[in-house]
Design a protein around this ligand. Structure first.
Ligand code: SER
Length: 583
């Protein structure tokens, strides 16, 4: 069964079980800029998991484009990918464990035809925060999973939370037994040997965690995530996702082009190529910060592996074409954006080739300084890696040509420290996301709507939001406008926003069809990210905008609005940073 058929079957199945199919959010979260990429289907749904009502109802399903780079070093094994698609179904205070498990089982065994004995499941073992999940275990038994294939694990395996804080709960995971021999007497679903592959996760999200501990959420929710590429390769009886129709054409081409045989490199190239294509298609561009940096790393790592197996870098555009051809049925947008995608990847390649040349020069300089010694110290290797994007293997090769070795141990130590830092960084990023809605961030959200409308009134209707970012300290708003704002314009916008705050306008929310919202004059991003039914927030008679919320109920207590900075963000896009001062 092809991936697209699995996706369609999934959506049809849940539609038949009274779920609304909601559209996939873009890979780059639009109103949650504190996260780098969507890493799970639940991410765009956080406000609803926290208790906001969703316009499409209490039973939802979708497919979601995701990027996760925490496991980047695992790419090349039989199941890890940086870009993947997650199929998900949600209950927002509707059904809970019994029904969720019964539907999962029915879908796997009836719709996908997986024999029950190929499935193993895991449940939460219980601890001081939450009792043992015997309810899920009983539900599994009831549908037909035998007791010896039900395992209990603690929080490290059977508890789901994105980052450190936010909605969370015990989960029950489904594993597919590949039929490979057990790696030993202790081989279980939690084992990494590859016999068991996790295919689906049902999270019973009824808690909220913050620094003070766990509290109960307003609703008992279900959040599930099924890894599409994994399911595809397993159902197709293949060894890895790289053997499916999603990657096969690129993998074959790489094999034809390579001068040195290395399957891991081919897999890394194929994975990173697809991720880069998907990120660029959704508007990502390489840079030195945040998501731009992740894209840069993906492209550069891919190029390093192309060099490893000696593939001519001029083949990149061709590889993009082949990959888009394989993916276009699932993602029709790729065809429209094909040329941009190629241009961005090729330009980044040219930049990186120059960087590699600089790195080589820097290496020679360092070698001169080290004359007389036999070992290139770890910090030099790391600097070459971190600043010049110079892979340690390349440094090692160059060192050997000069009769030297590299201190790999020290390098690994520094590399680990660096990784740990960036991991903490991403957890931090998630934490700052929509999961954390405080009074202050909610006020900034409303201020963003006021600012958007004020800009349109003062500068003109060409002003459109192109990005927004909210922290506890400030709001940031990117919008289309061809030139720098004058001091006068900035003052007018501030005054107009403050006038609305002082009027203590009422903020109301209405649900309507997307068409009605558009016709009512509501502004919004007007992309296909919206579903059929949307929420429209109105602030007095001043602003009307499509938005998921939440917002303040009255503008009166928001504080005084002040623009701190107006600067260029990119060509044709201006960026405002503004604060609300409590007086
Ligand atoms: N949020 C859970 C996960 O990512 C289930 O969707 O696994």
């Amino acid at each position: 069964m092809k991936a697209i058929e699995i996706r369609n079957k999934f959506l049809d199945f849940f539609k038949n079980h009274n779920h609304s199919v909601i559209p996939s959010a873009p890979l780059i979260p639009e109103n949650d800029p504190s996260v780098l990429f969507n890493t799970a289907g639940m991410q765009p749904l956080v406000p609803y998991l926290l208790g906001e009502t969703h316009p499409a109802g209490t039973r939802l399903c979708d497919y979601q484009k995701c990027v996760r780079t925490v496991d980047i070093d695992e790419v090349g094994d039989n199941r890890h990918l940086t870009y993947f698609e997650m199929l998900g179904n949600w209950s927002l205070g509707d059904y809970f464990k019994d029904e969720a498990i019964a539907m999962s089982y029915e879908f796997l065994t009836k719709e996908l035809g997986i024999p029950a004995e190929k499935l193993s499941v895991t449940c939460f073992a219980g601890d001081e925060d939450c009792p043992r999940d015997t309810v899920s275990a009983e539900a599994w038994k009831k549908v037909g999973i035998s007791e010896e294939r039900i395992y209990f694990y603690g929080k490290s395996d059977n508890w789901w939370i994105a980052g450190e804080e936010g909605p969370c709960g015990p989960d029950s995971e489904m594993f597919y037994d590949t039929g490979k021999p057990a790696c030993g007497p202790d081989c279980q679903p939690s084992c990494d040997c590859g016999k068991y592959v996790e295919i689906w996760n049902n999270v019973f999200m009824e808690y909220f965690k913050d620094k003070n501990g766990y509290t109960k959420l307003k609703n008992k929710n279900v959040d599930t995530g099924l890894g599409l590429e994994r399911m595809a390769f397993l159902l197709q009886g293949k060894e890895t996702p790289f053997d499916t129709e999603l990657f096969k054409a690129v993998m074959d081409k790489l094999e034809e082009l390579q001068k040195v045989d290395n399957i891991r490199s081919r897999r890394v190239i194929a994975d990173h190529l697809r991720s880069s294509i998907m990120i660029i298609c959704d508007g990502g561009r390489p840079s030195n910060v945040d998501r731009g940096y992740i894209l840069r790393r993906l492209i550069r790592r891919m190029i390093r592996h192309m060099n490893n197996i000696q593939i001519d870098l001029n083949q990149l555009a061709n590889l993009v074409d082949i990959n888009i051809e394989a993916l276009k049925d699932m993602y029709p947008d790729l065809v429209k954006n094909k040329n941009v995608i190629k241009d961005v990847i090729v330009a980044e390649k040219d930049k990186f080739v120059k960087t590699l040349n600089h790195g080589e020069k820097e290496f020679k300089k360092q070698i001169k300084k080290l004359e007389g010694t036999k070992v290139v110290p770890g910090n030099v290797v790391f600097r070459l890696y971190d600043t010049y994007g110079f892979p340690p293997e390349v440094t090692e090769e160059l060192a050997q040509e000069n009769g030297m070795e590299i201190d790999m141990e020290e390098f690994n130590k520094l590399f680990k420290q660096h990784q740990e830092k960036s991991r903490q960084g991403s957890a931090q990023k998630f934490k700052g996301g929509l999961a954390e809605q405080t009074e202050t961030t909610i006020a900034y959200h409303t201020a963003t709507h006021l600012l958007h409308e004020a800009l349109r009134e003062i500068l003109g209707e060409h002003v459109k939001q192109s990005g927004s970012n909210i922290t506890e300290e400030r709001l940031r708003f990117d919008f289309s406008h061809p030139q720098k704002m004058t001091k006068e314009e900035i003052k007018q916008v501030e005054d107009l926003v403050n006038e609305q705050i002082q009027k203590d306008l009422k903020v109301t929310c209405e649900e309507m069809s997307y068409e009605d919202a558009k016709n009512s004059g509501a502004i919004g991003l007007f992309t296909d990210k919206y579903g059929d039914r949307v929420k429209v927030y109105t602030i007095g008679d001043f602003s009307k905008e499509i938005c998921g919320g939440p917002h303040v109920t009255h503008t009166g207590n928001m504080g005084r609005f002040k623009i701190k900075k107006e600067e260029s963000s990119s060509s044709g896009i201006r960026r405002i940073k503004a604060v609300l001062i409590k007086e």
